[in-house]
Design a protein around this ligand. Structure first.
Ligand SMILES: NC(=O)c1ccc[n+]([C@@H]2O[C@H](COP(=O)([O-])OP(=O)(O)OC[C@H]3O[C@@H](n4cnc5c(N)ncnc54)[C@H](O)[C@@H]3O)[C@@H](O)[C@H]2O)c1
Length: 278
């Protein structure tokens, strides 16, 4: 597939991986539609894209709200006429032990990480089908959506859902609209603001429930440290676009880690044993 003359839509483009994907799309000559709840972040991304000569449509969009994602799709098609790549990428990370996370914690994680992707699919896929052109729907899951870690229940559960949804979507598109396909991005550690998701928690979602054990704090400190030292989002974007051009479904910036984790998970299933971590 030629990306150069196409249109890319990226949610969560105000920071991190989304910004990296938007910049890569622009560098290939694509028109770019960027969405986020973080308006200063979005404006910064727009400035970077415009400085590189790209045509950009910027729109504040909360992916947890169906009507806002519908508005984004309407604006994208009205402005550019088609969509080639849809990156359902916006996400938040809520950590802590499962039994004392608040319902607000669980609902915020699910409303952004899985309902956000569902809203994207419902708003864009029918329009992409009607347009009749080739296209790819790329959903951002995580290594954590393929093998569970402790103290990350709301995040893990939402990312497992993204993986299942994306596999099912691929089956459906292959059966009904083979000009379109799906792809599932499962990064390991990438140096972004994902462990600072609380910075954008809406006040209506209440405050995060504090940790009550040292184990939770230790886990957070260790993994957040690994993420801070993780892969550059620009490198993730290079890997993603190469894999998409090669026709891949699984997009693995950290293939060794993913394969080791999923192998261990498969072994626990095949042996009918409890999972081990890591
Ligand atoms: N960084 C990692 O190590 C890592 C690993 C695996 C998966 N991921 C996934 O990558 C995706 C991108 O995250 P990132 O690492 O770049 O983090 P990030 O926090 O730097 O970027 C996420 C962006 O999503 C936006 N966002 C959050 N809620 C939103 C909403 N309701 N509507 C619209 N935008 C919203 C944020 O404002 C932010 O700009 C997420 O889905 C995340 O779960 C990240």
């Amino acid at each position: 597939m030629q990306f150069g003359s196409g249109v890319a839509v990226v949610t969560g483009a105000g920071s991190g991986i989304g910004r990296g994907l938007a910049r890569k799309a622009a560098s290939l000559g694509m028109k770019v539609v960027i969405a986020d709840v973080d308006e200063p972040g979005l404006r910064e991304t727009t400035a970077l894209l415009r400085a590189s000569g790209a045509e950009v449509l910027e729109r504040r969009t909360d992916v947890a709200k169906n009507e806002e994602v519908e508005g984004l799709a309407e604006a994208a098609f009205k402005t550019f006429g088609s969509v080639t790549l849809l990156f359902n990428n916006a996400g938040v990370l809520v950590d802590g032990k499962s039994w004392d996370r608040s319902l607000d914690d669980w609902r915020w994680s699910f409303d952004v990480n899985i309902m956000g992707v569902i809203h994207g699919i419902r708003a864009f896929v029918p329009r992409m089908v009607a347009g009749g052109k080739a296209g790819i729907i790329v959903n951002t899951a995580s290594v954590g959506g393929l093998a569970a870690a402790p103290f990350l229940g709301p995040y893990t559960a939402s990312k497992f859902a993204v993986v299942g949804l994306t596999e099912g979507l691929q089956h459906e598109l292959a059966a009904l609209h083979p000009q379109l396909r799906a792809a599932c991005l499962c990064p390991g550690e990438v140096a972004t603001q994902i462990w600072e998701s609380e910075r954008i928690r809406p006040t209506a979602r209440g405050a995060k429930v504090p940790f009550t054990t040292e184990a939770e704090t230790k886990f957070r400190d260790r993994v957040a440290g690994n993420v801070a030292a993780g892969m550059d989002p620009a490198q993730v974007a290079d890997i993603v676009f190469d894999a998409l051009a090669a026709g891949k479904f699984w997009l693995f910036p950290h293939p060794d880690k993913v394969k080791e984790r999923t192998m261990r998970r498969q072994q626990s299933l095949m042996r009918d044993e409890a999972p081990l971590f890591p």
